[in-house]
Design a protein around this ligand. Structure first.
Ligand code: CAA
Length: 389
């Protein structure tokens, strides 16, 4: 038992075993690559291939279609381990599972599942999710990328933005507005391969952090999709997007915990070897105050996240709990990365130490899959619905 095993509820042996495999892989193979991936903006193809072999790319996929069909608790624990080694690698795996594999598994037809899931679950193919647009992020029901029926086909026109995995993905779950007069009920969802005529990818974004995780926009220029690409029924798109994001938020919460853990790990190591005023800085009360705050927030974030994941596994509603986990964990990650950097002093501000990378990586967790402002809206909205008086 180490300070990193801060969750002491009873967990099935199988869940602990999966997390152990993830920790061994993450610390042995992912961590040594993390600085280079960040520096070179490099996509970790070899690590993705190995995550496919380990079953991590199919954690949200039923065994019937080649996945490992893990519990959400195990899924979160694996993401945390990956993120404690490399935030980029963790979000590649998490966006693929949460935002592409999961909606196909939950809402796809039998034909869609057999077409897409085996390749995605093995890691041979990579998935992504296209909801946001250049002019639409938080207000997800106001999409301007449009789709219209033409006989048995659907014609898609418009642009999507901030697509995690976009530059490398093979399959996308797409959301487009079919009938703007119906608002959120006018959105339809599709799943299709990305190599269709009329689909083009924008430049890979030059981001502050998670620089090994590639992001781009997509342009749809009169793209013709067939009925076989429609996910759910016409008009189901917003519901599919929201339910998908509920699950995705747990993945981002787990990622944030992993980043926070990395920041604390590095700060602890530094604070014990760096001396000022004749003693290691870990012996100074101000530094101890930061370390105490960091571990407390990490453990609290993990309890929130695994408790919400457990609700999902039990089939209970978890919308508020997932939003609370993401909100708290992402703000904890930013706090821990910031204090971790502060503990390093000037060394925290240069790239010789990973402290500055943790701060850059943490920041996105407060933005993607719903900003902290949106999480607060979701939490309050659900609370008011739950309030019985
Ligand atoms: N879970 C399930 N259902 C939900 C839901 C949720 N979290 N949120 C809303 N719904 C349902 C509502 O119950 C309602 O259903 P009915 O019509 O049947 O009553 C319907 O959806 C419409 O709900 P609202 O009226 O509340 O919708 P709204 O337009 O006011 O928006 C919102 C609500 C919470 C702000 C929503 O737009 C939202 O979550 N926005 C954030 C979007 C987001 O997270 N974007 C991230 C992009 S993905 C990404 O980051 C890319 C990547 O690659 C990482």
């Amino acid at each position: 038992m180490s300070w990193e095993d801060g969750f002491h509820f009873e967990l099935p042996d199988e869940t602990r075993a999966i997390a152990d495999v993830a920790r061994t892989f993450a610390q042995g193979k992912v961590l040594p690559e993390a600085a280079r991936l960040d520096r070179e903006h490099a996509f970790p193809q070899a690590l993705v291939d190995e995550m496919g072999t380990l079953g991590f790319m199919g954690m949200s996929c039923p065994e019937l279609y080649g996945g490992t069909e893990s519990s959400t608790v195990a899924y979160c624990m694996v993401i945390e381990e990956l993120a404690a080694a490399c935030a980029s690698t963790s979000i590649i795996m998490s966006a693929h599972n949460s935002l592409c594999v999961a909606p196909i598994a939950s809402f796809g037809t039998e034909a869609q599942k057999t077409t897409y899931l085996p390749g995605l679950a093995s890691g041979a193919q990579l998935g992504c999710f296209a909801l946001s647009e250049p002019g639409v992020g938080s207000d997800a029901a106001s999409l301007s990328c449009s789709v219209r029926r033409e006989g048995d086909s659907y014609i898609v026109q418009g642009a999507k933005n901030w697509i995690t995995n976009g530059p490398k993905a093979d399959v996308v779950v797409l959301f487009a507005m079919q009938d703007a007069s119906k608002g959120s009920k006018g959105v339809s969802a599709f799943v299709h391969p990305l190599d269709l005529p009329g689909v083009s990818r924008g430049k890979a974004e030059d981001k502050l952090g998670i620089r090994g995780s590639p992001t781009c926009g997509l342009t749809y220029d009169g793209v013709r999709l067939g009925k076989e690409h429609l996910l759910g029924n016409e008009g189901d798109g917003f519901r599919i997007a929201m339910q998908t994001l509920n699950g995705g938020r747990l993945g981002v919460a787990a990622q944030a915990i992993g980043i926070a853990r990395a920041a604390l790990r590095d700060a602890l190591a530094y604070a014990q070897q760096r001396c000022t005023f004749g003693k290691p800085i870990s012996q100074h009360q101000m530094i101890q105050h930061y370390l105490a705050e960091m571990i407390t927030r990490i453990d609290a974030a993990r309890y929130l996240t695994l408790s919400a994941a457990h609700r999902k596994d039990r089939g209970e509603t978890y919308i508020r709990e997932a939003a609370m986990a993401k909100l708290f964990a992402s703000e904890a990650a930013s706090y821990c990365a910031d204090r971790g950097l502060q503990i390093h002093g000037g060394y925290g501000y240069v790239t010789d130490y990973p402290a500055e990378r943790h701060l850059r990586d943490a920041r996105i967790t407060e933005i993607y899959e719903g900003t902290s402002e949106i999480q607060r809206l979701v939490i309050a909205g659900q609370l008011l619905k739950e309030w019985q008086g």
